[in-house]
Write a protein that binds this ligand. Sequence first.
Ligand SMILES: Cc1cc2nc3c(=O)[nH]c(=O)nc-3n(C[C@H](O)[C@H](O)[C@H](O)COP(=O)(O)OP(=O)(O)OC[C@H]3O[C@@H](n4cnc5c(N)ncnc54)[C@H](O)[C@@H]3O)c2cc1C
Length: 511
Amino acid sequence: MRHVPVLIVGGSLVGLSASLFLRHHGVPHLLIDKHRGSASHPRAMGFTETTLEHYRACGIADRIPQADPGARLRRVTVATLFGDWIAETEWTPGEPAQRSAALSPCTGAAIAQDKLEPILRAAALEAGAEMNLGVELISLIQDDARATATVRNRNDGAEEIITADWVIACDGANSTIRDGLGISRSGVGHLRTLRSVLFHCPDADAVLDRGAQQFEIKQAGFNAFLTTYGDGRWVLMFDDDQERDTDELKEAVLRALGRELPFEIITTGRWELAGRIADRYREGRVFLAGDAAHQLPPTRGGFGANTGIDDVWNLSWKLAAVLQGMAADRLLDTYHAERHAIGWLRHQQTFSRPDYAKWAPATFKPEPLLANDAMEFGQLNRSMAVVGAGPELPAAATPKEWAGQPGTRAPHVWEQGASGTRSTLDLFGKAYVLLSANRAWIELAQRLQVVSVLVGQDFVFPDEQPFAAVFDIKDAGATLVRPDGVIAWRSDAQPDAVAQDAIDQLIAARA
Ligand SMILES: Cc1cc2nc3c(=O)[nH]c(=O)nc-3n(C[C@H](O)[C@H](O)[C@H](O)COP(=O)(O)OP(=O)(O)OC[C@H]3O[C@@H](n4cnc5c(N)ncnc54)[C@H](O)[C@@H]3O)c2cc1C
Protein backbone atom coordinates (compact mmCIF):
# COMPACT_ATOMS: atom_id res chain seq x y z
CA MET A 1 0.00 0.00 0.00
CA ARG A 2 1.20 3.51 -0.77
CA HIS A 3 -0.15 6.99 -0.13
CA VAL A 4 -0.16 10.02 -2.47
CA PRO A 5 -1.54 13.52 -1.88
CA VAL A 6 -3.41 13.46 -5.20
CA LEU A 7 -4.30 10.56 -7.48
CA ILE A 8 -5.21 11.50 -11.07
CA VAL A 9 -7.14 8.78 -12.88
CA GLY A 10 -6.88 9.20 -16.65
CA GLY A 11 -3.89 10.45 -18.60
CA SER A 12 -5.43 11.94 -21.71
CA LEU A 13 -5.60 15.69 -22.36
CA VAL A 14 -7.26 16.64 -19.09
CA GLY A 15 -5.40 14.24 -16.78
CA LEU A 16 -2.05 15.22 -18.29
CA SER A 17 -2.91 18.91 -17.95
CA ALA A 18 -3.90 18.31 -14.31
CA SER A 19 -0.54 16.64 -13.75
CA LEU A 20 1.33 19.55 -15.33
CA PHE A 21 -0.64 22.15 -13.38
CA LEU A 22 -0.26 20.33 -10.05
CA ARG A 23 3.50 20.17 -10.56
CA HIS A 24 3.46 23.87 -11.49
CA HIS A 25 2.05 24.43 -7.99
CA GLY A 26 4.53 21.99 -6.45
CA VAL A 27 1.99 19.27 -5.61
CA PRO A 28 3.29 15.68 -5.60
CA HIS A 29 0.83 13.25 -7.16
CA LEU A 30 0.44 10.04 -9.12
CA LEU A 31 -1.29 9.77 -12.50
CA ILE A 32 -2.53 6.42 -13.76
CA ASP A 33 -4.00 5.48 -17.12
CA LYS A 34 -5.04 2.07 -18.34
CA HIS A 35 -3.41 2.81 -21.71
CA ARG A 36 0.30 3.27 -22.23
CA GLY A 37 -0.01 6.08 -24.80
CA SER A 38 -2.42 8.14 -26.85
CA ALA A 39 -5.37 6.69 -28.74
CA SER A 40 -4.58 5.88 -32.40
CA HIS A 41 -7.60 7.93 -33.53
CA PRO A 42 -7.07 11.47 -32.26
CA ARG A 43 -10.15 13.50 -31.46
CA ALA A 44 -9.37 17.09 -30.44
CA MET A 45 -7.41 19.36 -32.72
CA GLY A 46 -8.52 22.89 -31.79
CA PHE A 47 -7.08 24.46 -28.65
CA THR A 48 -8.12 27.91 -27.54
CA GLU A 49 -6.21 30.95 -26.38
CA THR A 50 -7.22 30.27 -22.76
CA THR A 51 -5.75 26.76 -22.90
CA LEU A 52 -2.54 28.16 -24.36
CA GLU A 53 -2.46 30.85 -21.65
CA HIS A 54 -2.44 28.08 -19.01
CA TYR A 55 0.39 26.30 -20.81
CA ARG A 56 2.21 29.65 -21.12
CA ALA A 57 1.96 30.09 -17.34
CA CYS A 58 3.65 26.68 -16.97
CA GLY A 59 6.37 27.73 -19.43
CA ILE A 60 5.53 25.26 -22.19
CA ALA A 61 3.43 27.26 -24.68
CA ASP A 62 6.40 27.60 -27.00
CA ARG A 63 6.58 23.80 -27.36
CA ILE A 64 3.14 23.86 -28.98
CA PRO A 65 2.98 25.25 -32.50
CA GLN A 66 0.55 28.14 -32.19
CA ALA A 67 -1.81 29.27 -34.89
CA ASP A 68 -0.89 32.16 -37.13
CA PRO A 69 -2.61 35.18 -35.51
CA GLY A 70 -4.27 35.97 -38.86
CA ALA A 71 -5.55 32.42 -39.38
CA ARG A 72 -9.20 31.64 -38.90
CA LEU A 73 -11.00 28.36 -38.75
CA ARG A 74 -13.49 28.08 -41.58
CA ARG A 75 -16.12 25.45 -42.32
CA VAL A 76 -17.56 25.28 -45.82
CA THR A 77 -20.14 23.15 -47.59
CA VAL A 78 -18.92 21.41 -50.72
CA ALA A 79 -19.91 18.47 -52.90
CA THR A 80 -16.34 17.14 -52.77
CA LEU A 81 -13.21 18.33 -51.01
CA PHE A 82 -11.78 20.00 -54.10
CA GLY A 83 -15.17 21.22 -55.35
CA ASP A 84 -16.55 24.75 -55.26
CA TRP A 85 -17.59 26.19 -51.90
CA ILE A 86 -21.37 26.17 -51.82
CA ALA A 87 -21.76 27.95 -48.48
CA GLU A 88 -19.77 28.92 -45.40
CA THR A 89 -20.99 28.12 -41.89
CA GLU A 90 -20.85 30.88 -39.32
CA TRP A 91 -19.69 29.68 -35.92
CA THR A 92 -21.74 32.30 -34.09
CA PRO A 93 -24.05 34.09 -36.52
CA GLY A 94 -23.27 37.79 -36.74
CA GLU A 95 -19.92 37.43 -34.97
CA PRO A 96 -16.48 37.73 -36.55
CA ALA A 97 -14.98 34.24 -36.95
CA GLN A 98 -11.69 35.47 -35.60
CA ARG A 99 -11.18 36.59 -32.04
CA SER A 100 -9.38 39.85 -31.45
CA ALA A 101 -5.62 39.25 -31.14
CA ALA A 102 -5.49 42.10 -28.60
CA LEU A 103 -7.27 40.03 -25.96
CA SER A 104 -4.63 37.39 -25.30
CA PRO A 105 -0.87 37.00 -25.42
CA CYS A 106 -1.52 33.63 -27.10
CA THR A 107 -3.21 32.51 -30.26
CA GLY A 108 -4.93 29.16 -30.22
CA ALA A 109 -3.28 26.00 -31.53
CA ALA A 110 -4.25 23.48 -34.15
CA ILE A 111 -2.49 20.30 -33.09
CA ALA A 112 -3.76 16.74 -33.05
CA GLN A 113 -4.49 15.31 -29.61
CA ASP A 114 -1.96 12.49 -30.10
CA LYS A 115 0.75 15.10 -30.79
CA LEU A 116 -0.18 17.39 -27.90
CA GLU A 117 -0.43 14.61 -25.31
CA PRO A 118 3.26 13.57 -25.59
CA ILE A 119 4.27 17.23 -25.13
CA LEU A 120 2.15 17.48 -21.98
CA ARG A 121 3.34 14.11 -20.70
CA ALA A 122 7.01 15.01 -21.18
CA ALA A 123 6.53 18.44 -19.58
CA ALA A 124 4.74 17.02 -16.55
CA LEU A 125 7.40 14.32 -16.10
CA GLU A 126 10.18 16.90 -16.42
CA ALA A 127 8.42 18.94 -13.72
CA GLY A 128 8.50 15.91 -11.41
CA ALA A 129 5.17 14.17 -12.01
CA GLU A 130 4.87 10.46 -11.34
CA MET A 131 2.92 8.41 -13.85
CA ASN A 132 1.99 4.75 -13.95
CA LEU A 133 0.74 3.91 -17.43
CA GLY A 134 -0.95 0.64 -18.33
CA VAL A 135 -2.53 0.72 -14.85
CA GLU A 136 -6.29 0.56 -14.48
CA LEU A 137 -8.44 1.75 -11.62
CA ILE A 138 -10.56 -1.20 -10.47
CA SER A 139 -12.37 0.34 -7.52
CA LEU A 140 -12.46 3.51 -5.47
CA ILE A 141 -13.87 4.02 -2.00
CA GLN A 142 -13.52 6.95 0.38
CA ASP A 143 -14.04 7.90 4.00
CA ASP A 144 -13.35 11.00 6.07
CA ALA A 145 -9.63 10.30 6.18
CA ARG A 146 -8.71 9.19 2.65
CA ALA A 147 -9.71 7.76 -0.71
CA THR A 148 -8.62 4.17 -1.35
CA ALA A 149 -8.07 2.98 -4.89
CA THR A 150 -7.47 -0.57 -6.07
CA VAL A 151 -5.50 -0.55 -9.30
CA ARG A 152 -4.36 -3.35 -11.60
CA ASN A 153 -1.27 -3.35 -13.78
CA ARG A 154 -2.43 -4.51 -17.19
CA ASN A 155 0.98 -5.96 -18.07
CA ASP A 156 1.32 -8.46 -15.24
CA GLY A 157 -2.12 -8.34 -13.60
CA ALA A 158 -0.60 -7.25 -10.26
CA GLU A 159 -2.99 -5.36 -8.02
CA GLU A 160 -2.03 -2.54 -5.69
CA ILE A 161 -3.84 -0.41 -3.12
CA ILE A 162 -3.19 3.34 -3.34
CA THR A 163 -4.56 5.79 -0.82
CA ALA A 164 -4.87 9.48 -1.61
CA ASP A 165 -6.00 12.66 0.08
CA TRP A 166 -7.72 13.74 -3.12
CA VAL A 167 -8.64 12.11 -6.41
CA ILE A 168 -9.18 13.85 -9.76
CA ALA A 169 -11.35 11.72 -12.04
CA CYS A 170 -10.23 12.46 -15.59
CA ASP A 171 -11.47 9.09 -16.80
CA GLY A 172 -13.60 10.35 -19.66
CA ALA A 173 -17.26 10.47 -20.58
CA ASN A 174 -17.90 6.89 -19.42
CA SER A 175 -16.25 7.61 -16.08
CA THR A 176 -16.58 4.61 -13.80
CA ILE A 177 -15.61 6.87 -10.90
CA ARG A 178 -18.56 9.18 -11.54
CA ASP A 179 -20.93 6.25 -11.94
CA GLY A 180 -19.55 4.56 -8.81
CA LEU A 181 -20.27 7.73 -6.84
CA GLY A 182 -23.83 7.73 -8.16
CA ILE A 183 -23.46 11.21 -9.69
CA SER A 184 -26.25 11.82 -12.19
CA ARG A 185 -25.97 13.97 -15.30
CA SER A 186 -28.32 16.50 -16.88
CA GLY A 187 -28.56 17.90 -20.38
CA VAL A 188 -29.83 16.99 -23.80
CA GLY A 189 -28.44 13.46 -23.34
CA HIS A 190 -27.56 11.03 -26.11
CA LEU A 191 -28.36 12.43 -29.55
CA ARG A 192 -26.62 10.24 -32.09
CA THR A 193 -23.81 7.78 -32.63
CA LEU A 194 -21.48 8.50 -35.53
CA ARG A 195 -18.71 6.53 -37.25
CA SER A 196 -15.49 7.90 -38.73
CA VAL A 197 -12.53 6.77 -40.79
CA LEU A 198 -9.07 8.26 -40.24
CA PHE A 199 -6.83 8.16 -43.30
CA HIS A 200 -3.47 9.44 -44.46
CA CYS A 201 -3.63 11.51 -47.63
CA PRO A 202 -0.90 14.18 -47.72
CA ASP A 203 -1.89 15.17 -51.28
CA ALA A 204 -5.25 16.40 -49.97
CA ASP A 205 -3.45 19.04 -47.85
CA ALA A 206 -3.08 21.18 -51.01
CA VAL A 207 -6.72 22.20 -50.60
CA LEU A 208 -5.92 23.95 -47.31
CA ASP A 209 -4.32 26.82 -49.24
CA ARG A 210 -7.85 27.92 -50.08
CA GLY A 211 -8.38 28.85 -46.40
CA ALA A 212 -10.97 26.35 -45.11
CA GLN A 213 -10.17 23.36 -42.89
CA GLN A 214 -13.58 21.80 -42.28
CA PHE A 215 -15.80 20.52 -45.07
CA GLU A 216 -19.45 19.54 -44.97
CA ILE A 217 -19.76 17.08 -47.84
CA LYS A 218 -23.21 17.18 -49.41
CA GLN A 219 -24.02 14.81 -52.27
CA ALA A 220 -27.23 13.04 -53.22
CA GLY A 221 -27.43 10.12 -50.78
CA PHE A 222 -24.11 10.96 -49.09
CA ASN A 223 -23.62 13.49 -46.29
CA ALA A 224 -20.41 13.53 -44.28
CA PHE A 225 -17.95 15.83 -42.55
CA LEU A 226 -14.30 15.95 -43.58
CA THR A 227 -11.53 17.64 -41.65
CA THR A 228 -7.79 17.49 -41.27
CA TYR A 229 -5.31 17.09 -38.45
CA GLY A 230 -2.93 19.30 -40.44
CA ASP A 231 -0.30 16.58 -40.80
CA GLY A 232 -1.52 14.63 -43.82
CA ARG A 233 -4.15 12.85 -41.72
CA TRP A 234 -7.80 13.43 -42.50
CA VAL A 235 -10.93 12.22 -40.81
CA LEU A 236 -14.19 11.51 -42.60
CA MET A 237 -17.09 11.57 -40.17
CA PHE A 238 -20.13 9.73 -41.42
CA ASP A 239 -23.62 10.90 -40.72
CA ASP A 240 -24.66 7.50 -39.35
CA ASP A 241 -23.69 4.54 -37.19
CA GLN A 242 -23.28 2.06 -40.04
CA GLU A 243 -20.43 -0.44 -39.98
CA ARG A 244 -18.50 -0.36 -43.29
CA ASP A 245 -15.93 -2.84 -44.59
CA THR A 246 -12.60 -1.67 -46.03
CA ASP A 247 -13.91 -1.44 -49.61
CA GLU A 248 -16.87 0.63 -48.50
CA LEU A 249 -14.61 2.91 -46.47
CA LYS A 250 -12.30 3.42 -49.45
CA GLU A 251 -15.20 4.17 -51.73
CA ALA A 252 -16.57 6.74 -49.27
CA VAL A 253 -13.17 8.45 -48.93
CA LEU A 254 -12.80 8.71 -52.72
CA ARG A 255 -16.34 10.03 -52.98
CA ALA A 256 -15.58 12.74 -50.42
CA LEU A 257 -12.23 13.65 -51.99
CA GLY A 258 -13.71 13.72 -55.48
CA ARG A 259 -10.23 12.94 -56.87
CA GLU A 260 -8.19 9.76 -57.34
CA LEU A 261 -5.58 10.66 -54.71
CA PRO A 262 -3.47 7.97 -53.04
CA PHE A 263 -4.48 7.41 -49.41
CA GLU A 264 -4.11 4.85 -46.65
CA ILE A 265 -6.71 4.00 -44.04
CA ILE A 266 -5.30 4.27 -40.50
CA THR A 267 -8.24 3.32 -38.30
CA THR A 268 -11.93 3.85 -37.70
CA GLY A 269 -13.85 5.45 -34.83
CA ARG A 270 -17.30 5.41 -33.26
CA TRP A 271 -18.44 8.52 -31.36
CA GLU A 272 -21.37 9.53 -29.27
CA LEU A 273 -22.85 12.97 -29.91
CA ALA A 274 -24.28 13.94 -26.55
CA GLY A 275 -24.69 16.76 -24.07
CA ARG A 276 -24.42 15.71 -20.44
CA ILE A 277 -23.24 17.72 -17.44
CA ALA A 278 -22.55 15.99 -14.12
CA ASP A 279 -24.83 17.34 -11.40
CA ARG A 280 -22.00 17.36 -8.85
CA TYR A 281 -18.34 18.02 -9.68
CA ARG A 282 -17.18 17.17 -6.15
CA GLU A 283 -18.07 14.24 -3.98
CA GLY A 284 -16.02 14.22 -0.78
CA ARG A 285 -12.42 13.64 -1.78
CA VAL A 286 -13.15 13.13 -5.46
CA PHE A 287 -13.39 15.80 -8.18
CA LEU A 288 -14.71 15.18 -11.68
CA ALA A 289 -12.90 16.95 -14.51
CA GLY A 290 -13.00 16.94 -18.31
CA ASP A 291 -15.44 14.65 -20.11
CA ALA A 292 -16.12 12.84 -16.82
CA ALA A 293 -17.78 16.09 -15.72
CA HIS A 294 -19.16 17.39 -19.03
CA GLN A 295 -19.69 15.59 -22.28
CA LEU A 296 -20.09 18.08 -25.12
CA PRO A 297 -19.73 17.62 -28.87
CA PRO A 298 -16.80 19.30 -30.62
CA THR A 299 -17.71 22.84 -31.62
CA ARG A 300 -15.56 25.47 -33.15
CA GLY A 301 -15.26 26.95 -29.67
CA GLY A 302 -13.55 23.74 -28.59
CA PHE A 303 -15.84 23.32 -25.60
CA GLY A 304 -14.69 19.71 -25.07
CA ALA A 305 -11.06 19.32 -24.11
CA ASN A 306 -10.57 23.05 -23.59
CA THR A 307 -13.31 23.16 -20.95
CA GLY A 308 -11.69 20.20 -19.21
CA ILE A 309 -8.23 21.78 -19.27
CA ASP A 310 -9.76 24.92 -17.76
CA ASP A 311 -11.39 22.75 -15.05
CA VAL A 312 -8.07 21.43 -13.83
CA TRP A 313 -6.44 24.86 -14.06
CA ASN A 314 -9.17 26.02 -11.68
CA LEU A 315 -8.76 23.01 -9.38
CA SER A 316 -4.99 22.64 -9.20
CA TRP A 317 -4.17 25.85 -7.27
CA LYS A 318 -7.02 25.17 -4.87
CA LEU A 319 -5.72 21.67 -4.13
CA ALA A 320 -2.24 23.11 -3.68
CA ALA A 321 -3.52 25.78 -1.25
CA VAL A 322 -5.37 23.19 0.85
CA LEU A 323 -2.57 20.60 0.78
CA GLN A 324 0.02 23.24 1.66
CA GLY A 325 -2.10 24.34 4.63
CA MET A 326 -2.77 27.82 3.23
CA ALA A 327 -6.54 27.48 2.83
CA ALA A 328 -9.44 25.65 4.40
CA ASP A 329 -11.06 22.66 2.72
CA ARG A 330 -14.11 24.74 1.83
CA LEU A 331 -12.06 26.40 -0.92
CA LEU A 332 -12.45 23.10 -2.75
CA ASP A 333 -16.24 23.50 -2.81
CA THR A 334 -15.74 26.49 -5.08
CA TYR A 335 -14.60 24.08 -7.79
CA HIS A 336 -18.14 22.80 -8.26
CA ALA A 337 -19.65 26.24 -7.75
CA GLU A 338 -17.52 27.81 -10.47
CA ARG A 339 -16.99 25.02 -12.96
CA HIS A 340 -20.42 23.42 -12.97
CA ALA A 341 -21.98 26.77 -13.91
CA ILE A 342 -19.46 27.18 -16.73
CA GLY A 343 -20.03 23.59 -17.94
CA TRP A 344 -23.74 24.25 -18.03
CA LEU A 345 -23.30 27.59 -19.82
CA ARG A 346 -21.22 25.83 -22.47
CA HIS A 347 -23.86 23.10 -22.83
CA GLN A 348 -26.57 25.71 -23.38
CA GLN A 349 -24.46 27.70 -25.83
CA THR A 350 -23.47 24.58 -27.79
CA PHE A 351 -27.02 23.46 -28.41
CA SER A 352 -28.26 27.00 -29.08
CA ARG A 353 -25.79 27.31 -31.99
CA PRO A 354 -27.16 26.47 -35.41
CA ASP A 355 -24.76 23.57 -36.05
CA TYR A 356 -26.00 21.61 -33.01
CA ALA A 357 -29.47 23.13 -32.49
CA LYS A 358 -30.75 20.83 -35.20
CA TRP A 359 -29.88 17.77 -33.08
CA ALA A 360 -31.27 19.08 -29.80
CA PRO A 361 -34.57 17.62 -28.61
CA ALA A 362 -37.74 19.71 -28.92
CA THR A 363 -37.73 20.20 -25.14
CA PHE A 364 -34.43 22.10 -25.31
CA LYS A 365 -34.92 25.85 -24.89
CA PRO A 366 -32.27 27.72 -26.88
CA GLU A 367 -30.61 30.66 -25.18
CA PRO A 368 -29.42 33.92 -26.74
CA LEU A 369 -25.97 33.37 -28.23
CA LEU A 370 -23.14 35.09 -26.41
CA ALA A 371 -20.24 36.75 -28.18
CA ASN A 372 -17.25 34.53 -28.96
CA ASP A 373 -14.96 36.81 -26.93
CA ALA A 374 -17.35 36.60 -23.99
CA MET A 375 -17.31 32.80 -24.03
CA GLU A 376 -13.55 32.61 -24.40
CA PHE A 377 -12.37 35.41 -22.12
CA GLY A 378 -15.33 36.57 -20.09
CA GLN A 379 -16.99 33.71 -18.23
CA LEU A 380 -17.90 34.64 -14.69
CA ASN A 381 -16.72 32.54 -11.73
CA ARG A 382 -19.23 32.88 -8.90
CA SER A 383 -18.30 31.41 -5.51
CA MET A 384 -17.04 32.30 -2.06
CA ALA A 385 -13.53 32.53 -3.61
CA VAL A 386 -14.63 35.78 -5.27
CA VAL A 387 -16.06 38.89 -3.64
CA GLY A 388 -18.56 40.88 -5.68
CA ALA A 389 -19.76 38.46 -8.37
CA GLY A 390 -23.43 38.34 -7.50
CA PRO A 391 -26.38 36.63 -9.20
CA GLU A 392 -27.38 39.91 -10.86
CA LEU A 393 -24.40 39.65 -13.23
CA PRO A 394 -24.55 37.82 -16.58
CA ALA A 395 -22.80 34.45 -16.96
CA ALA A 396 -20.38 35.91 -19.50
CA ALA A 397 -19.52 39.21 -21.18
CA THR A 398 -16.59 40.57 -23.17
CA PRO A 399 -13.45 41.70 -21.30
CA LYS A 400 -14.21 45.29 -22.32
CA GLU A 401 -17.69 45.06 -20.81
CA TRP A 402 -16.35 43.48 -17.61
CA ALA A 403 -13.38 45.85 -17.14
CA GLY A 404 -11.76 44.04 -14.23
CA GLN A 405 -14.97 42.61 -12.75
CA PRO A 406 -14.20 40.20 -9.85
CA GLY A 407 -14.88 36.63 -10.97
CA THR A 408 -13.52 37.15 -14.48
CA ARG A 409 -10.10 36.52 -15.98
CA ALA A 410 -7.77 39.48 -15.42
CA PRO A 411 -7.41 41.42 -18.68
CA HIS A 412 -4.37 41.00 -20.87
CA VAL A 413 -2.27 44.11 -21.57
CA TRP A 414 1.21 44.17 -23.05
CA GLU A 415 4.01 46.03 -21.25
CA GLN A 416 6.70 47.26 -23.63
CA GLY A 417 9.74 47.20 -21.35
CA ALA A 418 13.42 47.75 -22.04
CA SER A 419 14.01 44.00 -21.86
CA GLY A 420 11.08 43.05 -24.09
CA THR A 421 7.35 42.62 -23.92
CA ARG A 422 5.41 41.10 -21.07
CA SER A 423 1.71 40.46 -20.55
CA THR A 424 -0.19 41.27 -17.39
CA LEU A 425 -1.05 37.56 -17.47
CA ASP A 426 2.64 36.79 -16.94
CA LEU A 427 2.26 38.30 -13.46
CA PHE A 428 -0.24 35.60 -12.48
CA GLY A 429 -0.40 31.82 -12.40
CA LYS A 430 1.34 30.87 -9.16
CA ALA A 431 0.15 32.93 -6.22
CA TYR A 432 -2.32 35.63 -5.23
CA VAL A 433 -1.15 38.97 -6.65
CA LEU A 434 -2.28 42.42 -5.52
CA LEU A 435 -1.97 45.23 -8.07
CA SER A 436 -2.15 48.87 -7.09
CA ALA A 437 -0.68 52.23 -7.99
CA ASN A 438 -0.98 53.16 -4.29
CA ARG A 439 2.03 52.32 -2.11
CA ALA A 440 -0.18 51.96 0.95
CA TRP A 441 -1.80 48.90 -0.64
CA ILE A 442 1.60 47.46 -1.56
CA GLU A 443 2.67 47.78 2.09
CA LEU A 444 -0.49 45.99 3.19
CA ALA A 445 0.13 43.21 0.67
CA GLN A 446 3.64 42.79 2.02
CA ARG A 447 2.34 42.53 5.58
CA LEU A 448 -0.10 39.84 4.41
CA GLN A 449 2.71 38.10 2.49
CA VAL A 450 0.80 38.55 -0.76
CA VAL A 451 2.81 39.14 -3.93
CA SER A 452 2.41 42.79 -4.90
CA VAL A 453 2.79 44.72 -8.13
CA LEU A 454 3.23 48.47 -7.87
CA VAL A 455 1.61 49.74 -11.02
CA GLY A 456 3.79 52.24 -12.85
CA GLN A 457 6.94 50.76 -11.38
CA ASP A 458 6.77 46.94 -11.36
CA PHE A 459 4.47 46.90 -14.36
CA VAL A 460 3.98 49.86 -16.68
CA PHE A 461 0.67 50.02 -18.50
CA PRO A 462 0.73 51.74 -21.89
CA ASP A 463 -0.83 55.23 -22.03
CA GLU A 464 -3.70 54.03 -24.23
CA GLN A 465 -4.57 51.22 -21.76
CA PRO A 466 -4.11 52.70 -18.28
CA PHE A 467 -4.49 50.39 -15.27
CA ALA A 468 -7.39 52.46 -13.90
CA ALA A 469 -9.40 51.98 -17.09
CA VAL A 470 -8.55 48.36 -17.87
CA PHE A 471 -9.19 47.16 -14.30
CA ASP A 472 -11.76 49.89 -13.56
CA ILE A 473 -9.95 50.93 -10.37
CA LYS A 474 -9.58 54.40 -8.91
CA ASP A 475 -5.99 55.53 -8.37
CA ALA A 476 -6.18 54.90 -4.62
CA GLY A 477 -7.55 51.38 -5.07
CA ALA A 478 -6.30 47.85 -5.62
CA THR A 479 -7.28 44.60 -7.23
CA LEU A 480 -6.46 41.09 -6.03
CA VAL A 481 -5.91 38.35 -8.60
CA ARG A 482 -6.05 34.64 -7.73
CA PRO A 483 -3.36 32.15 -8.70
CA ASP A 484 -5.49 31.09 -11.70
CA GLY A 485 -5.59 34.66 -13.05
CA VAL A 486 -9.18 35.27 -11.96
CA ILE A 487 -9.89 38.57 -10.20
CA ALA A 488 -10.93 37.79 -6.63
CA TRP A 489 -11.68 41.23 -5.27
CA ARG A 490 -11.17 44.95 -5.86
CA SER A 491 -11.48 48.18 -3.95
CA ASP A 492 -11.50 51.82 -4.96
CA ALA A 493 -10.62 52.99 -1.47
CA GLN A 494 -7.48 53.36 0.64
CA PRO A 495 -6.51 50.21 2.57
CA ASP A 496 -7.92 49.80 6.06
CA ALA A 497 -8.39 47.07 8.66
CA VAL A 498 -11.64 45.89 7.07
CA ALA A 499 -9.96 45.43 3.70
CA GLN A 500 -7.06 43.62 5.37
CA ASP A 501 -9.48 41.21 7.00
CA ALA A 502 -11.37 40.66 3.77
CA ILE A 503 -8.22 39.75 1.85
CA ASP A 504 -6.98 37.54 4.65
CA GLN A 505 -10.27 35.65 4.82
CA LEU A 506 -10.50 35.29 1.08
CA ILE A 507 -7.03 33.80 0.74
CA ALA A 508 -7.45 31.43 3.66
CA ALA A 509 -11.04 30.55 2.57
CA ARG A 510 -12.22 31.26 6.10
CA ALA A 511 -15.86 31.85 6.87
C1 LIG B 1 -14.21 13.76 -33.21
C2 LIG B 1 -13.93 14.61 -32.01
C3 LIG B 1 -13.26 15.82 -32.19
C4 LIG B 1 -13.03 16.64 -31.08
N1 LIG B 1 -12.39 17.83 -31.26
C5 LIG B 1 -12.19 18.66 -30.20
C6 LIG B 1 -11.49 19.88 -30.34
O1 LIG B 1 -11.03 20.22 -31.43
N2 LIG B 1 -11.31 20.67 -29.24
C7 LIG B 1 -11.79 20.29 -28.02
O2 LIG B 1 -11.63 21.05 -27.05
N3 LIG B 1 -12.40 19.10 -27.84
C8 LIG B 1 -12.62 18.28 -28.89
N4 LIG B 1 -13.23 17.08 -28.72
C9 LIG B 1 -13.55 16.64 -27.36
C10 LIG B 1 -12.28 16.10 -26.69
O3 LIG B 1 -11.69 15.10 -27.47
C11 LIG B 1 -12.61 15.57 -25.31
O4 LIG B 1 -13.32 16.57 -24.60
C12 LIG B 1 -11.33 15.25 -24.55
O5 LIG B 1 -10.59 14.23 -25.18
C13 LIG B 1 -11.68 14.82 -23.13
O6 LIG B 1 -10.49 14.56 -22.47
P1 LIG B 1 -10.49 13.79 -21.07
O7 LIG B 1 -9.05 13.74 -20.68
O8 LIG B 1 -11.48 14.39 -20.17
O9 LIG B 1 -11.06 12.34 -21.41
P2 LIG B 1 -10.59 11.24 -22.43
O10 LIG B 1 -9.82 11.84 -23.55
O11 LIG B 1 -11.79 10.44 -22.77
O12 LIG B 1 -9.58 10.38 -21.60
C14 LIG B 1 -9.95 9.54 -20.54
C15 LIG B 1 -8.72 8.75 -20.13
O13 LIG B 1 -9.02 8.01 -18.98
C16 LIG B 1 -8.47 6.72 -19.09
N5 LIG B 1 -9.26 5.84 -18.24
C17 LIG B 1 -10.59 5.61 -18.30
N6 LIG B 1 -10.97 4.75 -17.35
C18 LIG B 1 -9.85 4.42 -16.65
C19 LIG B 1 -9.59 3.56 -15.56
N7 LIG B 1 -10.56 2.86 -14.96
N8 LIG B 1 -8.32 3.43 -15.11
C20 LIG B 1 -7.31 4.13 -15.70
N9 LIG B 1 -7.51 4.96 -16.75
C21 LIG B 1 -8.76 5.10 -17.23
C22 LIG B 1 -8.57 6.40 -20.57
O14 LIG B 1 -7.64 5.42 -20.97
C23 LIG B 1 -8.28 7.76 -21.20
O15 LIG B 1 -6.91 7.93 -21.47
C24 LIG B 1 -13.47 16.24 -29.81
C25 LIG B 1 -14.14 15.01 -29.64
C26 LIG B 1 -14.38 14.22 -30.73
C27 LIG B 1 -15.10 12.91 -30.53
